[in-house]
Write a protein that binds this ligand. Structure first.
Ligand code: NAP
Length: 276
């Protein structure tokens, strides 16, 4: 019998997940399918009833459902609870279990693109304090990175987030970047600045140490203005597409029983879809 998985969102047509999982299904010759399903918020409870029938072995959850599915899952692991969002569902014995693989995707991407990046790393700057920032903070803390300086346009949002997280996280505004930068060997942009080529004003990357790594989780465009600026100054950079690919690995392994590889061919295939 065909093993089925899905991604739900609203809208969902833009999702690259069917391409990623479809490529791995074909690569491993599996009797499996992965489909994008548009589920409006009001239809979410009925979709969970359908899940409990065992039609699917699991799937991904994207905007706007990552928080709403919490209340519908039969169990959610502590990690997803601390991140405050579920992006992966696994169905077993008529029960729906929720987890979050974004933090693994972030770490997997950096481990592959910049091996040893976290060794001896102390101060890191995180730009943005939205939904994605939580997963990044959990990921950095899992590698004992700190102190972390959280810079956000709306300071109160960052203060609220820092208060909800454990560990040494200090909060400042984006205008404070140049003052904090000399101590930071890692800069992570988790804000939506960079999408469609938008840029930060007033961040002087020349203030960073010369061995600093700059990474952006925004992947459309692949080279954001922040990464272009960092590259032109000779800093190490890692783009956000790898995070999208690596976060897909644990879900695929759980649903289909095979652990797929993130390779250059997959990266190139998905990258090609970002150009139009
Ligand atoms: P979100 O919850 O809407 O948060 C947006 C963040 O961006 C907030 O901190 C917001 O600051 C900031 N921001 C928005 N417009 C700004 C502006 N004009 N100037 C300064 N700051 C601004 O979004 P999210 O879910 O965290 O996602 C953020 C980005 O990460 C998106 O581009 C998303 O595609 C990307 N992402 C990538 C991956 C991946 O796998 N690579 C995974 C998840 C997300 P305020 O608090 O001031 O509003």
């Amino acid at each position: 019998m065909t093993t089925k998985a899905f991604v739900i969102g609203h809208p969902i047509a833009h999702s690259r997940s069917p391409l990623i999982h479809g490529t791995w299904i074909a690569q491993h010759g599996l009797d499996a399918s992965y489909e994008a399903i548009d589920v409006a918020p009001a239809a979410l409870p009925a979709f969970f009833d359908r899940l409990r029938t065992g039609e699917f072995s699991g799937g991904n959850v994207t905007i706007p459902h990552k928080e709403a599915v919490f209340a519908l899952c039969d169990s959610v692991d502590p990690l997803a609870t601390s991140i405050g969002a579920v992006n992966t569902l696994v169905v077993q014995g008529g029960q729906v279990h929720g987890t979050n693989t974004d933090y693994l995707g972030f770490l997997g991407n950096l481990d592959a693109a910049a091996p040893g990046w976290s060794t001896g790393l102390e101060t890191a700057i995180v730009l943005g304090a939205g939904g994605a920032a939580r997963a990044i903070l959990v990921a950095l803390q899992s590698r004992n990175i700190g102190p972390i300086v959280l810079l956000n346009r709306t300071r109160e949002t960052a203060e609220k987030l820092a208060a909800e997280m454990a560990g040494p996280i200090s909060v400042a505004s984006l205008d404070d970047f140049n003052a904090v930068a000399p101590l930071a060997r890692l800069v992570v942009n988790t804000s939506s600045i960079g999408m469609h080529g938008t840029r930060f004003e007033g961040l002087d990357l020349a203030c960073l140490p010369p061995d600093a790594l700059v990474t952006d989780i925004v992947y459309a465009p692949l080279e954001t203005p922040l990464l272009a600026d960092a590259k032109s100054r000779g800093l190490k950079t890692v783009d956000g597409l790898g995070m999208l690919l690596h976060q897909a690995v644990p879900g695929f392994a759980a649903w289909f029983g095979v652990r797929p590889e993130v390779d250059q061919a997959l990266y190139a295939k998905v990258e090609a879809t970002l150009r139009h």
